[in-house]
Design a protein around this ligand. Structure first.
Ligand code: TMP
Length: 211
């Protein structure tokens, strides 16, 4: 099932998805009065209890088996989609919903760490978005950006792992494009400037939500 007006940003660490979502939110606010009525921006892991637990695992504060982490991401996602004030509720209220990461992150990251079969099994019942903005970048450049950020690195922010995740993403996106004609995969060269990427995203996003 494909959810109309639902869009997700995906890519390895350090591709700039969060920066772009902030810019998008600003462009919506500048171009339309009452933008809060038409736009909902969200992310995974979420800020709820399960997402908070995941953040602790990502920082290394607590150590969970990769199989457990895969299940935590799926549980966080279930609440994110179906729970109170979740994605479905916002879409039903007529908004466009943009999420910084969704199930494709699990297919790419947990596909590598916990096994592709488990990642697929845990995620194949979730509805699909109408738009996937896939940020593609050379992992060396992406990790250089991560290195420049303040704070401790998370467990997945390692070059050799990100190289594997990128190839999974590229295959996932290519397969998605050919298997689902109603879903648009928008492939972004994330080595471009922040402004160029923002303009490119806006050319699609400005038309949402569509009736
Ligand atoms: P972020 O800080 O870029 O938002 O991402 C959090 C980290 O969690 C990032 O390394 C990607 C990872 N992740 C997964 O491994 N599986 C998932 O399902 C999601 C949503 C994120």
């Amino acid at each position: 099932m494909i959810l109309k007006n639902f869009a997700v940003f995906e890519g390895i660490d350090g591709t700039g998805t969060t920066t772009q979502l902030n810019l998008l939110s600003r462009r919506f606010a500048e171009s339309r009065s009452g933008s809060a009525d038409v736009l909902h921006i969200t992310c995974e892991p979420t800020g709820n209890e399960i997402g908070t637990l995941i953040r602790k695992a990502l920082s290394g504060e607590i150590q969970y088996h990769e199989q457990t982490i895969a299940r935590l991401f799926a549980a966080d996602r279930a609440e994110h989609v179906y729970g109170m004030h979740g994605i479905l509720e916002h879409l039903q209220n007529g908004k466009a919903v943009f999420s910084d990461r969704y199930l494709f992150s699990s297919l790419a990251y947990q596909g590598e760490k916990a096994g592709a079969d488990l990642a697929a099994e845990l995620n194949d019942k979730f509805p699909l978005p109408e738009y996937v903005f896939y940020f593609d970048i050379d992992p060396v450049s992406a990790m250089a950006r991560v290195d420049q950020r303040a704070g401790k690195k998370e467990i997945y922010e390692k070059l050799d792992f990100q190289i594997l995740v990128r190839s999974r993403y590229q295959k996932i996106m290519t397969d998605l494009q050919s298997s689902h004609s109603e879903l648009q995969v928008i492939w972004i060269d994330a080595s471009q400037s922040v402004g160029e990427i923002s303009d490119y995203i806006w050319s699609t996003a400005k038309n949402l939500p569509k009736l």
